[in-house]
Design a protein around this ligand. Structure first.
Ligand code: FCA
Length: 333
């Protein structure tokens, strides 16, 4: 009797061990399950990331599970959910980078390999978690490209730089957001832009509506300034600021907004019959951030080949006249 019990127990344990081993170490692409969690699923950038991640999954024959997680609680439960579904890896753009150590612990508890995209995790002191593989944009450089595009337009329009105001749509709790706007500001200042003419418009969320609200406050406080430039974390931030300038009666010719992204939000603006204050966007690559990260995770799960610890991608300025060619160049057709 006892012997039987022991034998059964041993058998059960070996079955359990085998299934755990199998979950952690699949041998076949069709057994691979990867989660792709994003903080703002309705934003075109994230839709595009998912689209390219799906292409990778189709090509290689693994399962991709897409989850939107707009707050910290949802992000943590997305990880549990993926664990329960037997996924082996997850790529996340977290709604809150300070969740860093919590997310790492949760992924570990669920035996999930973890990689971040766009927004790098930080610890409680704000230091990046460099052990977690990350793909982000070269934020400062891309911000500088935004600043340069703005400076070039100020010159092309023959404006006196001293008369121009700048709306800095900000979300400083997110390091990549801060680096982007600071990059833009450094180029403005190098070109004679007055520091006192740069106005902070802190947004409560990284969407167009929050930016419109923040920018409206700045415009209402400075009715004497008639020429404006605007920059921020992404296209949505700049579009919000441009909409705010329109609401106070400024024309497109009085405003130079340059965004970052190049997804539908920007493209739809470029397609309008006449130019608005949204002059350009530095197009970044949802293909690299969606397709490449997912493929990296696939190789990590299947071949135990971990991704690079840090990959920073570049961007290219596009305007209504050049966006078709720039998108083609980046393989974004
Ligand atoms: C952040 C922003 C997104 C996008 C991405 C690359 O996550 O919120 O809009 O710019 O970086």
């Amino acid at each position: 009797m006892r012997l039987w019990k022991n034998l059964l127990m041993a058998l059960a344990m070996s079955v359990f061990a085998a299934s755990v081993a199998e979950a952690a170490d699949p041998k076949d692409p069709k057994d691979v399950k990867i989660g792709f969690v994003v903080k703002q699923p309705e934003e075109p950038w994230f839709q595009d990331e998912w689209k390219f991640a799906d292409i990778a999954a189709k090509e290689k024959g693994f399962t991709l599970i897409k989850i939107g997680a707009e707050d910290g609680e949802k992000a943590l439960s997305a990880i549990d959910n993926l664990g329960a579904q037997g996924a082996q890896g997850v790529i996340i753009c977290t709604p809150d980078v300070k969740l860093g150590p919590g997310l790492v612990a949760r992924a570990k508890a669920n035996q999930l390999k973890l990689m971040t995209v766009d927004d790098q995790l930080v610890n409680s002191k704000g230091k990046a978690l460099e052990d977690v593989p990350h793909m982000g944009i070269s934020a400062t450089k891309i911000g500088e490209a935004v600043g340069q595009a703005i400076v070039d337009q100020i010159k092309a329009r023959g404006w006196n730089v001293k008369d121009v105001g700048a709306i800095r749509v900000s979300y400083d709790q997110l390091p990549t957001a801060k680096d982007r706007v600071e990059g833009a500001i450094s180029v403005l200042k190098q070109n004679g832009f007055l520091a006192q003419n740069i106005f902070d418009a802190p947004q409560s969320k990284t969407d167009t509506e929050a930016s419109l609200n923040a920018a409206t406050v700045v415009l209402n406080k400075n009715p004497n300034i008639k020429k404006w430039v605007a920059f921020g974390l992404n296209d949505e931030a700049v579009l919000g600021a441009v909409r705010a300038t329109e609401a106070v009666g400024l024309k497109g010719t009085d405003v130079v907004g340059v965004g970052i992204g190049g997804s539908d939000a920007a493209i739809n603006e470029f397609k309008k019959p006449s130019p608005t204050g949204f002059y350009g966007s530095v197009i970044i690559s949802p293909k690299r951030h969606g397709y490449e990260t997912t493929l990296n995770m696939f190789n990590w799960v299947l071949a135990n080949k971990p991704p690079e610890k840090l990959t920073l991608t570049s961007g290219k300025l596009a305007t209504r006249d050049t966006y078709v060619a720039v998108r083609k160049d980046l393989g974004l057709q």
